[in-house]
Write a protein of this length. Structure first.
Length: 257
């Protein structure tokens, strides 16, 4: 199977499983697209349409209205260039802000071990999850309440889901999560507070999470890279196999609506 498609299908499976345990979430497979809402996780990438085929363009307006009537900021996620009619329709509907999101993968032989002083531990206690959440919130620059649903027992208790904490001299400096499903390990929520960046901690904890995923039976690691993390993952050995485009309403319109 094409690695870009394999990554995409893995992300869809993760979203479906998260929807099965998160409060009020909805995940529906429709003609040419996925519709999802995660009321406790108000991110446009989790609330709206993931387009698979251009046939979704016809239903896009109604689908987005379903999401926005719930008071959620909606987004349209496409694989760049694969559904041009969906992209055009989304922009016509006012979703003119665009974010490029590289989808990247790596096999076991692709990754270099980044030398680091980091001690990485698997989180297993309530205090540990709280610490990981605080680091993630600080690293992403958002309130902890915003990310808290991803660290609730319903999510962290999913089979194959792990949260890691990276420490230096006993102090937490970085965090990451992974989810092993059907032969792939997804890497999520890699976050390092700004004052701790530039020391290789993000690369080291990512490498550790990937290595643990391979040990648990995964054959391919994947992630969606942020702008700040893309170069880190490339140096580590990840390669871009698909480019996502997230279309949303401009921030000023969202804030005033």
């Amino acid at each position: 199977m094409d690695e870009g498609l394999r990554l995409h299908l893995a992300l869809c499976t993760v979203a479906e499983r998260l929807a099965g345990v998160m409060e009020g979430a909805r995940f529906e497979r429709r003609d040419g697209y996925l519709l999802m809402t995660f009321p406790t996780l108000p991110l446009p990438s989790f609330n709206g349409v993931w387009a698979d085929e251009d046939s979704a363009a016809v239903a896009l307006g109604d689908a987005l209205a379903e999401v926005e009537t719930e008071g959620l900021a909606a987004g349209v996620l496409t694989r760049s260039g694969e559904t041009p009619a969906v992209e055009e329709t989304a922009r016509e509907l006012g979703l003119t802000a665009a974010e490029r999101i590289p989808g990247m993968v790596a096999s076991a032989g692709d990754l270099d071990d980044p030398a680091s002083e980091l001690e990485v531990v698997r989180v297993e206690t309530a205090d540990g999850f709280a610490h990981a959440l605080a680091l993630a919130a600080e690293g992403f620059g958002v309130p902890a309440d915003f990310l808290a649903p991803l660290y609730m027992l319903e999510v962290t208790g999913l089979d194959g889901f792990e949260v890691y904490l990276g420490r230096v001299d006993g102090r937490g400096v970085t965090t990451a999560a992974s989810y092993v499903v059907d032969g792939e390990v997804g890497i999520f929520n890699v976050a390092t507070p700004s004052e701790r960046r530039g020391r290789g901690y993000g690369a080291a904890i990512t490498w550790h999470a990937v290595r643990e995923g391979f040990a648990a039976g995964a054959e391919l690691a994947y992630l969606q890279a942020s702008a700040i993390g893309e170069s880190v993952y490339r140096r580590l050995g990840f390669r871009e196999v698909v480019t996502y485009l997230l279309l949303t309403r401009p921030a000023e319109l969202t804030a005033s609506s």
